[in-house]
Design a binder for this molecule. Sequence first.
Ligand code: ARG
Length: 416
Amino acid sequence: MTRTRRCVLAYSGGLDTSVSIRWLQEELGYEVVTCTADIGEAKDVDEVTERALRNGAAAAYAVDARRLFVEEFCFPTLAASAMYEGAYPLATALARPLIAKILVDVARDEGAEAVAHGCTGKGNDQVRFDVATAALAPDLQVVAPVRDWEMGRPQEIDYAREHGIEIPVTQESPYSVDANIWGRSIEAGPLEDPWREPPAEVYAWTADPATAPGDGGLLSLTFEHGVPVALDGERLAGDLLVTRLNALAGAHGVGRIDHLENRLVGIKSREIYEAPAAIVLHAAHTALETLTLGRDVFQLKRQLADDWARLVYDGLWFGQLRSALAAFVAVTQEPVSGEVRVRLRRGTVAVVGRRAPGSLYREELATYDRRQDVFDHSAARGFIELFGLPLRTQARIQGALEDTGPLPLERRVKRR
Ligand code: ARG
């Protein structure tokens, strides 16, 4: 008796993964179980699982992962202030390790020996799936049919016709789009010319900033220990808060990003992102940190944010560096509770107010009003004396390093 070899396929319902079901059966002899995770890309997951069964899956799982995705992947990354290359809030990159974990869980329950995904061989996503799976379940095989087969889109369509595979009805688009609750990404087609302004049609979540309401919108965000918990005073679970903020900020044209990005696989690619909620939350969260963190922690944290972003981008979510950085970030977020007011207007987000019980800002220290000032001006003298002592000593003994003579500037002087 030969044992059934089973493979769990991440199934989106699109052409690639629909063809993959059959290909995994025919070419590799797997029984295929599909798994479709809802992470807020606004597709009908029931419809997708039905399609999986019609296309030959032995079983089709559906998982609603929206809340977990926001609270366990997006919000920690927000707390870390991590944006890849300072620009990309990492929506796709954050979803991959979660989907990998969901696949591994199903693979264990189904006694599968492999997991599969529909990534191509050119992108970052294949790396993220493969590496996340390796970290969680080193014994599982990872199969990537689209990377391995030699078919282009027309051949895939032929293959689907020949095998009676239901092809999803989507109109032919020049773009490659990926979306989840934390953001949407658009590549390819006319965007491949980095000089060309993105055509209006690439945007789906954000209004054109030029025609967005000119009077703007004011809203408030409440954070507890670095986690967003309320919008305009209303407490909301993470996924609901992000969904609502995407709509609010998107209507003001906030959240458009045009980035020429360094992929892990060595390619530069031009990416358009829409991430209204992420952009607003990052601005608000950082504003609260400026109020509640000491200078040394705030500045070191900014450096480590790049490391967090890079490791997420590179698919290393389940590695030790992320755990170690998460421990650091968690300590820093202790005092990051409070409220931030932001003004959204025509594609911009401006922080216009911030307050926190643990605010380190003291008006009586900062004020220029002499009557309220408690800052000890005489102490500044002694402080600067000592702070500048090493430079003064060195200049006296070794000569000035920087003073290379008078600047080559024409001077004018008037005397009386
Ligand atoms: N460049 C982004 C990233 O690497 C977005 C990738 C979008 N993925 C896709 N399959 N279209 O995270």
